[in-house]
Write a protein that binds this ligand. Structure first.
Ligand code: GLN
Ligand code: ZN
Length: 769
């Protein structure tokens, strides 16, 4: 029985790669220095896996930016617009072309935009989307893969296992840049290049195993896509007879693709038994003789200690059927999505830390499982002690929270009156003009503001001094909004570091690591909070600042909260209860905060849910169940207030078509959304559906420093008012202004207010009586 790792995080335990890349981009270190950092990291990670006793150790899982972009370079899928970068006389190397594709190229009088980036399945990792043309050519372009194999061979005793994204998933991850063809039709041109690569690996580097990641086998597939799988792997089998392909699937069950996957002519199949343990029986039934099964039993997506007994059930069941010779033990997916090392996290309470495992600890767990199967039962007792202590710990389990969730009634997820009645009440009470203006919450987080937090942390500022400085920034931004004539004000969110962390730090049941970074995209890493226990709200979280802000003005001041689904989605969550249960616990905590804000005189409250859409399951058939509990969690958080309190929500993405009825079911009085880049196209979904509640389609794209003109925004609004009733429309930017600079923000918002005013002159629609 072999141990098999699918991939290791690459940024380094102290984010060394992030720092080196950013220094290289800033011209502070040379290419050579960057490569030295990368070399050290790879060698260190290979040794770590070797020392942990791994049999199959991945290489080429390292990447300077993204593994999909690496594939594009390997296969020569380089959009034409980058041609000047390759031939540039300014001494560019392949890595500069690579970074240009990832980040754009604004140098030497050139201005070439970056390739698009999107989420890697249902993770928070983002990859660079390959761009295909109808006549796309493929050829081996980059040698990075081969160099990596050489380097790994220099360190490892056993033959390293290169990791590639398989040909079908690679195509499906991309996008057609021309009309008239589907990218899957490129499979016939693509597979021969894979064959060249595999044969070169075998001939020149004596490679035996190659891991081909095909996560799309866990998604809904068309007939053509299924045929592409059969075609690709049959060709590879026939033309690369000496390569052993390990087909890696993860993030979901194989489901209706089980038979397809089992019968592909490969040597081993990896399945995710953490996300989809139920698939094991189906996979084992009539498994073709000779096919080895790689069991993904250690969670590559979360930070909890493995329950060895649970894993051993799967392993033993498989061994019984296949014998030890056809079984690998592995993490569920690449460890890319977990932080590096738990050991230095000394600030986490030892009891709780004892329930956790980061990447380095997960390697050990897999080694332990092998030892146990081989007869050394020592590691088992200690593991089970930790698992049991977590199961019954009073640090986690709070009866009062569980009882409250158990007692949630249908009416808790419903406002007192239906929307039309609430709208009448609110419009009467608020007396807002047609096309009221507002913003999404945050104002520029300047270096000055960030410094305040850093100095408070270091003890250079007292909490009082810090508060006074934040108060001043808040007062300034309120005065300025009044001056330019915004209708519903915000306090600017200067006191917040991050929209999830700020709440997590104040809720019970959350903990924070010091160094638990995971890669989000390129050099950007995030440090998700850990939800370890039942969630409750010991005291008010935002009332102090919202109340302070409301006292400074006679105008409406909007309270600002992060919604339950977004808090859940951007955290490491418990694996001992359904996500929906955790969502309901958070929902009740947010509900209490909403009610507390109302009591403190806040009459407009926004509950941000930018992550609702990214929580959608990978398989369509699982969407209804998810949307059901996600929408309900939002409604629970929003429904504790009177009719006259106006609830807003905010989402920042623009694909609503397929979930519009669920967005409507959230029943927020006002929704603000990102639309400006799609030129209000998205509003058609809302119009077609006859979206009943009020809506603020963003008219100002906050993702760039560009200042939109009054006329532009007026035109967008006019378009919106043709699609939706004018009395339902709000005027606002696409998202928060936290990442923007002040000068452009000021000018853009002044223009925005003017656009609203201009439109009011044109369109007079009576308010509701
Ligand atoms: N209220 C948050 C802000 O304005 C919303 C951020 C978001 O949607 N991602 O920054
Ligand atoms: Zn947003």
């Amino acid at each position: 029985m072999l141990t098999n790792n699918l991939g290791y995080p690459r940024v380094g335990a102290n984010r060394e790669l992030k720092k080196a890349c950013e220094q290289y981009w800033a011209g502070q270190i040379t290419r050579q220095q960057l490569f030295v950092v990368a070399k050290h990291l790879r060698e260190q990670h290979w040794r770590l896996q070797q020392d942990a006793g791994f049999d199959l150790i991945p290489c080429n899982d390292f990447s300077f930016y993204d593994q999909v972009l690496d594939m594009s370079l390997l296969l020569g899928v380089i959009p034409d617009r980058y041609a000047p970068v390759v031939t540039d006389v300014n001494g560019n190397a392949e890595i500069d072309l690579y970074f240009a594709m990832a980040r754009g190229y604004q140098k030497d009088g050139l201005d070439i935009i970056a390739m698009e980036m999107t989420k890697w399945f249902d993770t928070n990792y983002h990859y660079i989307v390959p761009e295909f043309t109808a006549k796309q050519k493929f050829k081996i372009f980059s040698n990075k893969l081969f160099n990596d194999v050489s380097a790994a061979k220099g360190v490892l005793v056993k033959i390293p296992k290169p990791v590639l994204i398989g040909p079908v998933s690679y195509l499906l991850l991309g996008k057609e840049k021309q009309p008239g063809f589907h990218r899957i039709s490129l499979i016939k041109q693509l597979v021969p290049v894979y064959i060249d690569i595999l044969n070169k690996l075998n001939d020149d580097y004596l490679t035996e195993w190659v891991q081909m990641d095909e996560p799309f086998l866990c998604l809904d597939l068309t007939e053509e896509e299924k045929q592409a799988f059969t075609f690709a792997y049959t060709e590879i089998r026939n033309k690369c007879p000496h390569i052993k392909v390990l087909l890696a699937t993860y993030f979901e069950t194989l489901g209706d693709n089980t038979a397809l996957a089992k019968n592909l002519p490969v040597c081993a199949l990896h399945i995710d038994l953490v996300r989809a343990p139920q698939q094991l029986d189906d996979v084992l039934k009539d498994l073709p003789a000779k096919l080895t099964l790689s069991l993904g039993v250690v969670d590559g997506r979360n930070i909890w200690k493995n329950d060895y007994n649970k894993s051993l059930t799967h392993i033993n069941k498989t061994i019984e059927k296949l014998g030890t010779g056809r079984v690998f033990i592995a993490p569920s997916c690449s460890l890319l999505h977990t932080p590096f090392d738990l050991e230095p996290e000394t600030a986490i309470a030892p009891q709780v830390r004892n329930w956790m495992a980061f990447a380095k600890q997960k390697l050990k767990e897999i080694a332990h499982l092998k030892q146990i199967v081989e007869g050394n039962k020592d590691p088992l007792a200690e593991n089970q002690k930790a698992i049991e202590s977590r199961r019954i710990s009073t640090l986690i389990h709070k009866m009062s929270v569980k009882d409250r969730v158990g007692a949630i009634k249908e009416s808790d997820a419903r406002r007192n009156s239906p929307f039309p009645a609430r709208q009448t009440t609110q419009q009467k009470k608020f007396g807002l003009p047609l096309f009221p203006t507002t913003t999404i919450g945050s104002f520029p987080q300047t270096e000055e503001i960030r410094q305040l937090r850093a100095r408070l942390k270091k003890g250079e500022l007292t909490p009082q001094q810090y508060d006074t400085a934040i108060e001043k920034a808040t007062i300034d931004v309120i005065r300025w909004q009044e001056e330019i004539g915004i209708d519903v004000l915000v306090h600017g969110e200067f006191e917040r570091n991050d929209m999830v962390e700020y709440f997590g730090q104040q809720l019970d049941g959350f903990l924070f690591s010091k160094n638990g970074w995971v890669q989000s995209y390129g050099s950007r890493c995030v440090k998700p909070p850990v939800i370890y226990g039942d969630v409750s709200r010991p005291t008010d979280m935002t009332v102090r600042w919202s109340h302070f802000a409301q006292q400074q003005t006679k105008q409406l001041m909007k309270g600002m909260l992060t919604g339950p689904v977004t808090i859940l989605q951007w955290s490491f969550v418990r694996d001992d209860q359904p996500r929906s249960m955790t969502a309901n616990q958070i929902a009740l905590a947010i509900r209490d905060e909403v009610v507390a804000l109302e009591k403190a005189g806040i009459r407009v409250i926004q509950i941000d849910e930018p992550a609702i859409r990214e929580g959608l399951p990978l398989r369509k058939k699982d969407w209804p169940a998810y949307l059901d509990w996600a929408v309900k969690a939002f409604r629970i958080s929003a429904s504790g207030v009177k009719d006259e309190t106006q609830i807003h929500t905010h989402m920042c993405y623009s694909e609503f078509n397929d979930i519009i009825e669920h967005i409507a079911a959230m029943d927020a009085d006002v929704i603000t959304i990102e639309t400006s880049r799609s030129q209000m196209e998205l509003l058609e979904a809302f119009a077609g559906f006859k979206y009943p509640n009020e809506i603020g389609p963003g008219v100002y794209d906050i993702h760039s420093p560009r200042v939109p003109t009054t006329e532009e925004m007026e035109a967008l609004l006019e378009k919106a008012s043709l699609l939706l009733p004018a009395r339902n429309l709000w005027v606002n930017p696409d998202c928060g202004l936290k990442t923007r600079k002040w000068p452009e923000t000021k000018q853009a918002l002044i223009n925005m207010v003017q656009a609203a005013a201009a439109l009011r002159k044109k369109i007079h629609q009576p308010q509701l009586s």
